[in-house]
Design a binder for this molecule. Structure first.
Ligand code: VGL
Ligand code: ZN
Length: 198
């Protein structure tokens, strides 16, 4: 059984000082680097939005960050502008070991659809290609770490479990945004999907 470490969105904008800062987001960087040695493959994901992305509150007249909007694919939280393609905020945290990565998967590049999950865009149907990559490499066992626990880590872990992978989340190596109980809801969703919360 081949094992991959999937490092979700350890980018400047999700770390203290960033546009969508996750409290203590930078504190997981060094221990994630240390964990990489235990895996056959290391995959990094990178939130990668075009300017004016539909998940940005600034793209919706009269809306503020963290309000909700109805998109054709369902309800969507509106975010501050973040992880704009080519910006400093979209770069990985400078301390993250990117050299060890076999694959860097970018997501959220479709202007009309957000993509929390590393596997499917938020319409729950458009694939990112990661499932094909992992299957063709014979990888069946995934450990997820990164930012943020209640959004991109949660959606990625639940999709991976639905796709049939053995999935564990190292919750000590994740940090949460925690909007209105979203962390507790995410923990429930992951546990019900069969994800091991470590
Ligand atoms: C994320 C909100 C918007 C995440 C990405 O990485 O959890 N959250 N874009
Ligand atoms: Zn985003």
């Amino acid at each position: 059984m081949r094992k991959a470490l999937i490092v979700i969105d350890v980018q400047n904008d999700f770390c203290p000082g960033g546009a969508l800062a996750v409290p203590e987001g930078d504190q997981i960087v060094a221990p994630i680097n240390d964990l990489m040695a235990e895996f056959d493959a290391v995959i990094l994901t990178q939130d990668w939005h075009p300017a004016g992305h539909s998940s940005f509150a600034s793209s919706h007249a009269g809306k503020a960050p963290y309000e909700m909007v109805d998109m054709p694919y369902g309800p969507q939280v509106l975010w501050p502008d973040h992880c704009v393609q080519g910006s400093q905020g979209a770069e990985f945290h400078a301390g993250l070991n990117t050299t060890r990565a076999d694959l860097i998967l970018r997501k959220g590049y479709n202007p009309e659809i957000d993509s929390y999950s590393a596997f499917f865009e938020n319409d729950q149907t458009t694939p990112t290609g990661l499932d094909g990559y992992l299957r063709t490499r014979g990888i069946s066992d995934l450990t997820l770490v990164g930012l943020a626990t209640d959004f991109c880590v949660n959606f990625s872990a639940v999709d991976a479990a639905k796709l049939g992978y053995q999935v564990a989340v190292r919750t000590d190596l994740c940090r949460a945004i925690d909007l209105d109980g979203s962390l507790a809801a995410a923990q429930d969703a992951m546990a019900s999907a069969g994800v091991s919360l470590l």
